[in-house]
Design a protein around this ligand. Structure first.
Ligand SMILES: [Zn+2]
Length: 315
C-alpha cells in the first residue's frame, strides 16, 4: 500500500511539473494607448475611415444615426468617439465586428454601454464567449465577459438600414477566421473588408480558428466583382486601398497558395517549408520583418496541410 502511495505522489508531482513546463506563453504587453491619435479620412458620401491602433474603422453616417465597422481597443473608446463627433453629431447605432480578434472587438463593451447594438456573424460571438488560442504563438485569450459579446448575430447575410444608408453584411467562410464579415456600402461605393484584406503586407490567417488561405482568395474574388476603379476599400490593416491594390494582393495570395500546395504534396513539414523560404522573392514587398515572413509561410502551410479535424481540434 505504501509503495502505491509513494508512486501516486511521485506521479502527481511529475504531472504537476509537466503542467508548469507546458504553461502557455504570456500575451505581449498592450500598446501605450495614451499616445495613440485617431486619423480621420473622408471617403465621400458621409463615410470616413478612422485609423488609430489596431484594425481600421469605417464610420458611415446616416440621417438618423451612425453605423461603425470595427471598434479597435476599449481604452481608445473616448478618442474614437471624439473623432466621430467632429464629423457628425448623430448617435452611433450599430457597431459591426468583422471578426473576433481583440484589435477589432476590444471596443465592444464600452460602445455597448453607450447603447450601441453590436452585430456580428455567429462564430464571432461563439469564439469570444469560449476564449481562443493563437495557433502561431500558443497565447490564450480568455472568454470575453457577457457585456463584450455581440447582441445581434447573423449567418450568411444581413442588412442594416438607417435613413439614407444601407449596409450589406456578408459572411465569407473560412478566410481570416471562421467568422469574417465584409460590409458593402453600395451607393457610396465603399467596401470594408476586415482582415480578409491587409493592404501592403502579408495577412495573418488564423488557421487555429477556422482561417484558410483558400477562403482569403475566395474573399478577394468576391471583392473584385463588387468593386470598380473608383471604389474605396477600407482594409483591416494598412492604408486605404483601391481595386488595383486588391488585385496585387490577390496575385500574391494565389502565388503563395500554388507554391505551398506543391510543397505540401511533396510531403514537406512545417519546419521544411520555413527553411525552404518559398516566398523569398515576395518578402521585399510584403514582409515588414523576418518574423512576418516566417509567420506567413507557417499560416499558408497550415492552411493546406492541416486535416480539417485537426483544425477543429485546435480551437
Ligand atoms: Zn484579425
Amino acid at each position: 500500500m505504501l509503495r502505491i502511495g509513494i508512486t501516486a505522489i511521485a506521479t502527481t508531482m511529475l504531472l504537476a511539473g509537466a503542467a508548469i513546463a507546458q504553461q502557455p506563453p504570456a500575451a505581449p504587453p498592450p500598446p501605450d494607448f495614451s499616445k495613440v491619435e485617431i486619423k480621420t479620412t473622408d471617403l465621400g458620401d458621409n463615410i470616413y475611415m478612422l485609423e488609430g491602433q489596431g484594425g481600421n474603422i469605417t464610420v458611415a453616417v446616416a440621417k438618423d444615426g451612425i453605423i461603425m465597422v470595427d471598434g479597435e481597443y476599449a481604452p481608445l473608446h473616448d478618442k474614437i468617439k471624439a473623432a466621430i463627433s467632429t464629423v457628425s453629431n448623430q448617435p452611433i447605432k450599430y457597431l459591426i465586428d468583422t471578426h473576433f480578434h481583440g484589435d477589432h472587438t476590444g471596443g465592444n463593451a464600452p460602445f455597448a454601454k453607450d447603447g450601441v447594438t453590436i452585430v456580428s456573424e455567429i462564430n464571432v460571438k461563439n469564439r469570444l464567449a469560449a476564449g481562443t488560442t493563437n495557433g502561431l504563438t500558443g497565447v490564450n485569450t480568455p472568454p470575453a465577459p457577457p457585456d463584450a459579446l455581440p447582441s445581434k448575430t447573423y449567418t450568411k447575410t444581413h442588412q442594416i438600414r438607417l435613413l439614407g444608408r444601407v449596409a450589406d453584411l456578408k459572411h465569407i467562410e473560412n478566410a481570416h477566421t471562421d467568422g469574417d464579415t465584409y460590409v458593402w456600402f453600395k451607393t457610396a461605393n465603399v467596401l470594408s473588408t476586415g482582415d480578409t484584406f491587409t493592404n501592403g503586407h502579408y495577412p495573418n490567417i488564423d488557421f487555429a480558428n477556422g482561417g484558410n488561405i483558400k477562403g482569403m482568395i475566395a474573399a478577394t474574388d468576391v471583392y473584385l466583382k463588387l468593386t470598380n476603379a473608383k471604389s474605396r476599400i477600407v482594409p483591416g490593416h494598412g492604408p486605404l486601398a483601391d481595386k488595383a491594390a486588391l488585385m496585387e494582393y490577390r496575385t500574391m495570395l494565389v502565388t503563395a497558395r500554388d507554391r505551398m500546395a506543391k510543397l505540401v504534396k511533396e510531403g514537406k513539414s512545417e519546419d521544411d517549408v520555413v527553411a525552404a523560404k518559398p516566398f523569398a522573392d515576395l518578402d521585399a514587398k510584403w514582409a515588414p520583418s523576418e518574423l512576418a515572413a516566417r509567420n506567413f509561410i507557417r499560416v499558408v502551410w497550415h492552411s493546406l496541410a492541416d486535416k480539417k479535424e485537426t483544425r477543429k481540434g485546435a480551437t
